[in-house]
Design a protein around this ligand. Sequence first.
Ligand code: KG4
Ligand code: ZN
Length: 342
Amino acid sequence: MIKNVLGIETSCDETAAALAADGRCIRAGVVASQVLLHAPYGGVVPEIAARQHVEQLPLVMARTMKQAGAAWNDLQAIAVTYGPGLATSLLAGIAAAKGLALRLRLPLIGINHLEAHLYSVFLAPDAPEWKSVLPLTALLVSGGHTCLLRVAAPGEYQRLGATLDDAAGEAFDKGAQLLGLGYPGGPAIERAAAAGRPDAIKFPRGIARQKHSLNFSFSGLKTALRYYLEKIPRPIPPDRLADIAASYQEAIVDALTIQALRAASRTQTATLAVAGGVSLNARLRARLREAAAAQSLRLLLAPAGYCGDNAAMVAALAAAGRGLGSLAAWDLDACPNLRIGV
Ligand code: KG4
Ligand code: ZN
């Protein structure tokens, strides 16, 4: 285990840094969100994101060190997300990490963003040691990825299923756009759904059609929403909008819950870990808790503050001994399409 790792995360539109004392204890973490800058465009604009990372990173890193009350000399390693993500955004973080590691003569550790999301469930104060709950089934649900994994050991990931088209977060974002609810769509749909009935409209579930498949498919759901909206008069009354949002959310939540539980039962694992931006969704968390209890599964959810993109998960994973690279890894490059599992 490495002590005092500074983690850097810039894979998409959050500029983040965090200092992990070890694999479990986060001394400080700062996330500078760019949501307001991208909102007018209805999605992330890569050029704006990369420029913001370059501008914000020095501030975000300095603020992290100050918050932790740490000196640069206290650090033992620099960890950075090297993929998957937007190429230019990843490069901004990697360049900063290399500069810092060179200047401080520290090891540079490359971290897979998806593996970091998975590890975030172990940042909950009451989380078990990860070796004590292996093998486990993991559901990663974010804006760019939706996949199910069997985790045999740290670094040993078997892909059980994944989305064939849109990620769950993308389905929330595109649905919110169709409903005129703004960006990012997940929180917007969740808010709009609060007063609605989840069973008001029967939208297709985001489950791939092939029998026994553990894959997802959310593009049909989005199209079903578009057709539904074309048929109803405008303006949409608030109670109807709430019903549509709640039913749309339910179709996504239902698919994620059903497939995750199916995967856990098929792989006969006793633990289900769920992480990524979409795992912040309260309805998803409630449905997973209910379903896991019924199947006597141990459910590990990422703490709310570590569901979305953050650097604590990056720093902690590196401190726990995972990650690519060493003192010699100066050729570390961005891998926009990096995967997890085979
Ligand atoms: O993990 P994340 O922050 O970034 C990626 O690695 O993609 O996930 C972002 C995604 C977005 O699509 C956003 O709409 C979704 O997570 N999201 C939510 C909620 N909060 C964020 N989806 C559903 N309900 C939420 N409360
Ligand atoms: Zn992410």
